[in-house]
Ligand binder design. Structure first.
Ligand code: OAD
Length: 248
């Protein structure tokens, strides 16, 4: 039995499935990953733009970078990996199992593909908030005319995403912790598994007794029971088909 068949068998019997996703899942929708070959944006390291310090120093620059990413996410379409994960959820839930999709992605492509039990660990690019009051707004899906835009309460608008040095929301952390209590199969897909606390979830799932599986084009530092190498948009439809026999 190869790894795909072994994982498909584990998917079929699982009563609680948790999936953790990262930027690799959206790569085939044309959205660049963080640590891939995307390189610099106008000479800036994206990793250094994703910080409160960068926003304090140059809110216009950070606003523009996130607005470009927001427009790219709006223009992108979910790919076969997103669709297969939504299909997996439907199968698991239809069999009275439990399911959670924990994503580090901020592009909303999982929801657009039909996933319902999504926990946005790092927030969403499509929602912004006043950096002083925290009041959230959902801007129209057209580019901002100026950068930064004034917020509703006298601050600047910033994306409602988690930056390096910031905490994940209590609600997201609680949802992830709860999922680990009932998870017996943990899939980690398209993430470099280096950014905590998300990167720690696979180890916690394994410690709690879950079977762990990584789907990635390259091996990562994550310790898992099975590795399915390849693009998520190829591997996940195959896995769902091997487990349930059909992909909508
Ligand atoms: P990374 O860019 O760090 O990692 C992307 C992962 O996807 C790598 O392991 C690639 O090998 C893999 N990959 C690329 N293309 C793939 C494909 N077609 N199919 C499957 N895997 C593929 O992105 P993340 O792990 O999501 O946080 O990064 C984690 C966090 O770091 C992000 O949420 C963001 C970033 O800085 C914040 O902004 C706080």
């Amino acid at each position: 039995m190869d790894d795909l068949e072994a994982v498909a068998a584990a998917v079929r019997v699982a009563r609680g499935v948790v999936v953790l996703t990262g930027a690799g899942v959206s790569a085939e929708s044309g959205l660049p990953t963080f640590r891939g070959d995307g390189g610099l944006w106008r000479g800036h390291d994206p990793m250094r733009l994703a910080t409160p310090e960068a926003f304090d120093l140059d809110p216009a620059l950070v606003s523009e970078w996130y607005d470009l990413r927001r427009m790219a996410a709006e223009a992108a379409e979910p790919n076969a990996a997103h669709v297969a994960m939504a299909e997996l959820e439907r199968h698991v839930v239809a069999a009275d199992g439990r399911f959670a999709l924990l994503t580090q992605n901020v592009d909303r492509l999982h929801q657009r593909a039909g996933s319902e039990r999504v926990v946005e660990l790092h927030g969403s690019l499509l929602v912004w908030r006043d950096h002083r009051s925290g009041r959230r707004v959902t801007p129209e899906p057209t580019p901002f005319q100026t950068h930064p835009l004034p917020g509703p309460d006298g601050g600047w608008l910033r994306p409602d995403v988690v930056w390096f040095g910031e905490y994940l929301s209590e609600a997201a952390l609680a949802a992830a912790a709860s999922a680990l209590t009932w998870c017996d199969l943990f899939l980690v897909v398209g993430t470099s598994a280096v950014v905590y606390p998300a990167a720690g979830l696979v180890g916690r799932a394994a410690a709690a007794g879950a079977v762990t599986v990584e789907v990635n084009v390259a091996a990562t530092p994550a310790h898992v029971d099975h590795r399915l190498a390849g693009p998520a948009a190829v591997v996940l439809p195959r896995l769902v088909e091997a487990a349930f026999g059909n992909v909508a």
